[in-house]
Design a protein around this ligand. Structure first.
Ligand code: SAM
Length: 330
């Protein structure tokens, strides 16, 4: 699936629910978020049908996200059904880790072996504050469980925020030094709620890197391990066991290599995370469309994939993304 800028689109991120067991302040509002009703979100069979058709067109990788994917009922059976789609080479999962002690084993058994766990602070009080009451110990237990069960790689995603986590950058780096994990620093993006405090909390990746290299020596890992790999710049931490990744959607503008589509929980297909255009897949599916019509729809969405997002770090661009990340899936 080539778009008009010759990018090969082979990666889909699927949000299976907009519900979450955390309330991260930059991701969703404290109150007032209208949770989608049962019928508003795509049924698992609808997602499976869409993915099967897209795989037929060249999709090779799916990441399951949310909201928090582990809170949706029937999630393990859904993974097993995805695993049966011939030609789908890679399925991975992004979770906040809270429910991993309970589910890690069955997720692994169902066939997902690659996992990203989001963790923005290693301090219990700060973690509770940013997540609206989350319990850090549960996530740490979840990470431990994921390691015991055998997930590989385990990636720890941390959204770097000025005035919040700048004093923890070296603590996060230490994890990558001691454990065979990939610790990834992500720039805060100006979505719905996050717009409010984006400017003051935005922390560009080069500042994070400067801090890390004051303590650790990093060596860039060149090239991608496989063609559906994401946009992170990955470094080996010299003398350590793990890796450090940097994801800089704003300062780094990696749109030229973007290979993604995104499916929201309520069935909208987006070709760019940081633009508001989306296309109503749910409506089409519920009109009992044929596979030919579905393929045409996918082609049309890909044809309209923009060359790049138009968000910059300047204040006049901060109101570009209206939906919260919890609705889109990250
Ligand atoms: N609940 C799961 C989790 O916590 O990983 C999956 C969904 S969450 C929306 C996916 C990722 O998006 C998390 O790592 C979260 O930190 C990140 N995220 C949410 N809002 C963001 C923002 N405004 N800027 C950057 N990352 C954001």
């Amino acid at each position: 699936m080539l778009d008009k800028f010759e990018r090969e689109i082979n990666y889909l991120r699927v949000s299976i629910t907009d519900r979450c067991n955390l309330r991260c302040t930059y991701c969703r509002p404290k109150e007032g978020l209208s949770l989608q009703g049962h019928d508003d979100i795509l049924r698992y069979e609808e997602i499976i049908r869409f993915v099967s058709v897209a795989v037929n067109m060249g999709l090779i990788k799916v990441r399951i996200t949310g909201g928090e994917p582990l809170v949706r009922k029937g999630f393990i059976d859904f993974i097993s059904a995805l695993k049966k789609i011939e030609g789908l080479q890679d399925i991975s999962l992004t979770t906040n880790g809270i429910l991993l002690p309970e589910f890690a084993e069955s997720i692994f058994q169902a066939g997902i072996h690659r996992i990203n766990i989001s963790l923005d602070s290693l301090n219990e009080d700060k973690y509770a504050k940013i997540t609206g009451g989350g319990n850090l110990q549960k996530v740490l237990l979840g990470i431990k469980k994921a390691e015991e069960v055998g997930f590989s790689p385990i990636k720890i995603n941390t959204v770097a925020m000025s005035g919040f986590s700048d004093d923890e950058i070296l603590d996060f780096s230490k994890i990558a030094f001691e454990k065979p994990f990939q610790v990834r620093f992500i720039e805060l993006m100006p979505f719905g709620q996050a717009q409010a405090f984006h400017a003051e909390n935005y922390l560009p990746i080069d500042q994070i890197m400067k801090k890390i290299t004051s303590r650790y020596k990093l060596e860039k890992i060149e090239g991608k391990k496989n063609k559906a790999d994401g946009p992170a710049n990955i470094f080996k931490i010299i003398g350590g066991r793990g890796e450090i990744g940097f994801i800089s959607p704003l300062s780094g503008h990696f749109c030229a290599t973007c290979n993604r589509l995104r499916l929201t929980a309520d069935g909208k297909l987006r070709s760019c995370l940081l633009r508001d255009e989306e296309f109503d897949l749910k409506k089409l599916l519920r009109q009992n469309c044929s596979d030919v019509e579905l393929k045409k729809f996918i082609h049309e969405v890909i044809a309209l994939k923009p060359k790049e997002h138009d968000i910059s770090c300047s204040p006049e661009h901060l109101r570009k993304c209206q939906r919260d990340m919890s609705e889109i899936g990250g």
